[in-house]
Design a protein around this ligand. Structure first.
Ligand code: PBG
Length: 327
């Protein structure tokens, strides 16, 4: 047959396929999210997330060592306090569970890049991401608390802070508080484009942070909207965000692509707990090939435009990248 165009020519060998690959990935762009809980004597597996744990400071140190060995040198930390209250006071306590863990990690493993998740929902008795006024989250009253959380985490050793609360104006509030405390060089990774998503279900079980009433649709985004994601990203950059994140990742490739086009800062994507749990459950049932799916999901996020990928599979992914299976 007289075919001039034969796209298959470039698929003829692994070496050729790798040469023409459009998406390149590197373990340096991976961030591993981890949970540290107060009052545990040993790490506790999260039932909805097999292979993920509520850590003690000791088991977290051990995990961090393993990650470093595997080539992942960045960790995002979530705290689960034993006491929650209306004002989420353990979120900004000098000796809060996250602050203690950060101090220990920084002291033992200074080469680990530590990112603090800045939010209130793991710390409030009502499970909402801010301070309540009646049944509503009071946006403006919450800002000072978020700024205080960020400062306390940086004082404890965080290299970067990542607000995930979705209050308006929080990036500016955090930026000015960090600057006022002498942390002008500490970057902010903003969860700028965070949707109200059922994909967070397993995380809320892990962190015991489901809202006691109502839901988060009054502050997290409506998943019917993509243009609004661009608006949120641009606003956060104006307020001083150094990196913007889209969350979840898997079902939001279009949003990642649109945000990437609109901004001139690095874009991160967070493959959230529900994505992890679905893959694990289907793999454990023997229905899918776990490593194949994990590679494909990561490549899709990077292909869509993400520069940075947060995943509970980050350790495995670093291995797949180093083996040359992806990237
Ligand atoms: C805190 C926060 C959540 C996640 C990251 N930060 C939960 C939520 O917004 O309900 C979700 C992470 C995941 O599902 O893996 N606000």
């Amino acid at each position: 047959m007289n075919l001039i165009q034969r796209p298959r020519r470039l698929r003829n060998s692994e070496s050729l396929r790798k040469m023409v690959r459009e998406t390149r990935m590197d373990p340096a762009s991976l961030i591993y999210p981890a949970f540290v809980a107060e009052g545990l004597t040993q790490k506790q597996e999260i039932p909805s997330m097999p292979g993920q744990y509520r850590h003690t400071t000791d088991s977290l140190l051990h995990l961090a060592e393993e990650l470093l060995k595997a080539g992942v040198d960045k960790m995002m930390l979530f705290g689960i306090p034993s006491c929650k209250d209306e004002l989420g006071s353990q979120a900004y306590a000098q000796n809060g569970v996250v602050q203690q863990a950060m101090r220990a990690l920084k002291q033992r493993l200074p080469q680990l890049y530590l990112i603090g998740d800045v939010c209130m929902c793991e710390y409030t008795s009502h499970g909402h991401c801010g301070i309540l006024k009646g049944q509503q989250v009071d946006n403006d009253a919450t800002l000072a608390y978020l700024a205080q959380i960020a400062v306390s985490q940086v004082q404890a050793g965080a290299d970067m802070v990542a607000p995930s609360d979705m209050m308006d104006g929080r990036v500016a509030a955090i930026r000015s508080a960090l600057d006022a405390h002498g942390y002008a060089d500490t970057p902010i990774l903003s969860y700028a484009v965070k949707y109200a998503s059922s994909f967070y279900g397993p995380f809320r079980q892990a962190a015991d942070s489901a809202p006691a009433f109502g839901d988060r649709r009054g502050y997290q985004m409506d998943y019917h909207n993509a243009r609004e994601g661009v608006k949120e990203a641009l606003l956060d950059i104006e307020e001083g965000a150094d990196i913007v994140m889209v969350k979840p990742a898997m079902a939001y490739g279009d949003v990642i692509a649109r945000v990437k086009q609109a901004v001139n800062v690095p874009v991160a994507a967070y493959s959230v707990s529900g994505e992890y749990s679905m893959v694990k459950a289907a793999a454990m049932a023997g229905d899918i090939d776990e490593s194949g799916i994990v590679c494909e999901m990561a490549a899709a996020a990077f292909r869509a435009g993400s520069d940075i990928y947060l995943s509970y599979f980050a350790k495995e992914l670093a291995g797949y990248m180093q083996e040359g299976r992806i990237g």
